[in-house]
Write a protein that binds this ligand. Sequence first.
Ligand code: SAM
Length: 250
Amino acid sequence: ESILYVVATPIGNLADISERALKVLRSVDLIAAEDTRHTRQLLMHFTINKPLFSVHDHNEQQRIEKVIAELSAGQSIALVSDAGTPLISDPGFHVVQAVRQAGFQVVPVPGPCALVTALSAAGMPTDRFCFEGFLPAKSSGRKKQLLQVEEETRTLVFYESPHRIVDSLTDMADVLGGHRRITVAREITKTFETFYTGSLDEVLVWIQADANQQRGEFVLVVAGAPAKEDEEAAAVSAEKVLKVLLDELP
Ligand code: SAM
């Protein structure tokens, strides 16, 4: 009935799929997937058989026409990505924007999302945070990006791949300082799920000492910079202490 459902799928543990996600995937006419082979595996696991077509970064613009045509013909479509919530560091934004502009309903079916899942267990402030997605692939670009958030006081969240995890942590220590605290959330919801918290310097030592910790998928949850008022307050109280100590001197 001319609805585009945006359906979140598991980020590792297949038991995390929602009842509603299964219901929607079983009820739609078509499924638009980031990678059809990947999604077919998922569907097979739940014995769902539906026509699939691909919507990925390289064909998203062209596929918009197909999506609009199918919706116009009264078909319903589910949009899924390889893992987690579509559009979150995944394709789908242009499709959703175009479908809304064409006046069709877009219905989200919420579920797993690596950034929110990492935040929920990292032990870092979550009242305000900045999602930075993936840092650039090259060190120069990465450092430039990190410089832009150096003074950000909100918790920072990054996605990272196994190829770049050590290089990114090294650049973070360079730009943000080795004392900045970080939680590395690795392989969340999977067999080797690991949460490790420490200073950037400590985390680098830990991860470099064990190649196994460099494998898999990562969310990096980095503490924000101390608020300016906090720094000023700390300076004022240091001054007070100094004054008291000086007064004590003969
Ligand atoms: N749409 C997804 C979501 O909702 O989280 C994110 C897709 S993005 C292309 C893939 C990145 O998400 C990985 O490189 C990693 O940084 C993060 N990620 C996905 N699953 C993860 C998991 N199980 N554990 C840790 N990080 C994960």
